[in-house]
Design a protein around this ligand. Structure first.
Ligand code: PLP
Length: 280
């Protein structure tokens, strides 16, 4: 298995990173996860754009141009023969003597690796998944795809402990998003609801793509916050992410959503997304 480290493809066990890397010491870095389906990356351009945006918000400058970043993704997909999976890329501020303020002379550290994913055989798509809710313990700049993920790890661990697949994080009684996914409900009137973009959530790219597909399907959408009570009373719920696409949510805190089965809109949108992601 090859990984990418600062310009080189090396075997994973030969990869080396300094203990003084600010990613390690301060979580001073950002990342992206891009899905690969049938050997092809899905929506790479917006991932590149979001990476640039996260970097810019943290005043980090990465000398690599877009083509070089795409080449490193492609290089890993080829070397690791990835058919279905993800490419993870992480950029940190680099290696410097430990000091909170940004160093003036550090070079960003760029690492990347791949992971396989069985998108086509995903049982969760058939059965739907359980969600629990948990307080949103994150900082206030969730629009930055930061590698500081401890609150999300805590949320996911709680979900696992409670027998669920994902935790939806809640602030002021309102759902922000999942620990690693965007959250949607379908109201009893058939309106698809998801929180509007802002500093409170990550601008999910599967969310964004799905919203365009929903528009093409001429389904009603309202981008606004929703409460846990509204989600439990919804006709349907689902979540989206690059590593799961669209998954129906069948229960929230063990209360069934709708009839407790994957809903027709969630199923239709998953199929629609897969159509988009696997052009003939
Ligand atoms: N929200 C959070 C907090 C995430 O960590 C993720 C993905 O990891 C998402 C939403 C989904 O984003 P995307 O669809 O770009 O994978």
């Amino acid at each position: 298995r090859y990984v990418y480290v600062n310009g080189e493809f090396v075997e994973a066990e030969n990869a080396r990173i300094s203990i003084f890397d600010r990613g390690f010491l301060f979580a001073d870095g950002v990342y992206e996860v891009t899905a690969v389906l049938n050997g092809r990356m899905i929506d790479f351009a917006p991932h590149l754009q979001r990476l640039r945006s996260s970097l810019a918000k943290l005043d980090m400058t990465l000398e690599m141009d877009d083509a070089a970043i795409e080449d490193l993704h492609q290089g890993l997909i080829t070397r690791n023969r990835v058919e279905n999976g993800v490419v993870y890329i992480q950029v940190t501020r680099g290696v410097a003597e430990r000091d909170f303020a940004y160093p003036s002379d550090a070079e960003p550290t760029v690492i990347a690796f791949t992971q396989p994913r069985d998108y086509f055989g995903d049982r969760n798509a058939e059965t739907g998944v359980k969600v629990v809710t948990t307080p949103d313990l994150r900082w206030v700049r969730r629009d930055i795809k930061s590698i500081a993920l401890l609150p999300q790890a805590m949320g996911k661990q709680e979900a696992k402990k409670r027998g669920a697949y994902e935790a939806w994080m809640v602030e002021d009684g309102l759902v922000t998003e999942g620990t690693s996914s965007s959250a949607f409900i379908v109201t009893q009137e058939g309106v698809i609801v998801t929180r509007a973009l802002g500093r409170e959530i990550l601008p999910g790219l599967t969310r964004s793509r799905l919203l365009s597909l929903i528009e093409e399907e001429k389904l009603p959408v309202d981008q606004r916050p929703f409460s846990v009570e509204e989600a439990v009373a919804a006709r349907e719920a689902f979540l989206t992410s690059a590593s799961s696409f669209v998954l129906p949510v069948v229960s929230i805190n063990d209360y069934p959503v709708g009839d407790g089965e994957p809903g027709p809109i969630a199923r239709r949108l998953r199929a629609r997304y897969l159509d988009f992601a696997t052009p003939a």
